[in-house]
Design a binder for this molecule. Sequence first.
Ligand code: AMP
Ligand code: MG
Length: 310
Amino acid sequence: MNNNLANIKKSIFFLNKNECVAIPTETVYGLAANAYSSKSVKKIYSLKKRPRNNPSIVHYSNLNQLKKDCEINKNFLILYKKFCPGPLTFVLKLKKKSRISRIVTNNKKTVAVRFPKNKLTQKLLKLLKYPLAAPSANISTKISPVSKDDVKEEFGNKIKFILDGGRSKIGLESTIISLVNKPRILRLGGIERTKINKVLNKNIKYDRTNKKITVPGQSKLHYSPGIPIKLNTLKPKNNEAFILIKKRKKSYKNYYYLSKTKNLKQAAKNLYKILRMVKNKNYKSIVVERIPNIGFGEVINERLKRASAK
Ligand code: AMP
Ligand code: MG
């Protein structure tokens, strides 16, 4: 039996015992538990110190499994066909007979759902009899983990098992789109919104200010390294870490590059890794050069704004 299969079996063992297991996804690592079991899901919230009013995303292996829990519609099917599995989360109406724990949805009549792309996690989901609720595997408001080591840094030995699936390919969270009424984007993320607009053939509104819905991405401080961050800066002071979008000819020890050549997708992938690296080097503050506000640049800027919120 290869190592991966043994580790998947180990994950199943703990999940079936109502425990949490960290799982790899293409966006970030998730802290997963049986979405049908309140006892299991409560453990996610206490480990993460996540407020209970912040609902979690449920991860499925296939469409039939998802249809047991929520209502789908035409827009869902169009987007599903184009982007799933992948970094796109849908908010849909819950079915009355859905077995999803009320803790996952915070008693709402809607639920956020996704089909992750990481092969190990797909295999794990296929072998389970339930979907997995899985918010990011970090302490609430802190930087999301993009590798097994990051998860370890967040939780030490407080969690039973981490399924190691290598580094997350996208490196930041999924885009969230609500399809409950008129389509609305609730969080920017791994699928650029221009792509969604193109597929649905309309301009989907980005609802960043919706107060009725609690989205962690919408709360003020999030994705935070725990030290001040200043954006759109031209030059750092000596004791500040300087994050740049592209490599400079003249470099210094406190310069950290998101990409070599201003590749915004690459930069998005490196964002959390570099924020974590800088945090661990004990700088007193971080300054960031201006990042173009297009495509993944828009997502990076948004995460940085949240990370620098007071
Ligand atoms: P995380 O798992 O930490 O990336 O966060 C999951 C995101 O999905 C949060 O922003 C939640 O608020 C959002 N979410 C989950 N369920 C719902 C829902 N029913 N309606 C709107 N947003 C939701
Ligand atoms: Mg999170």
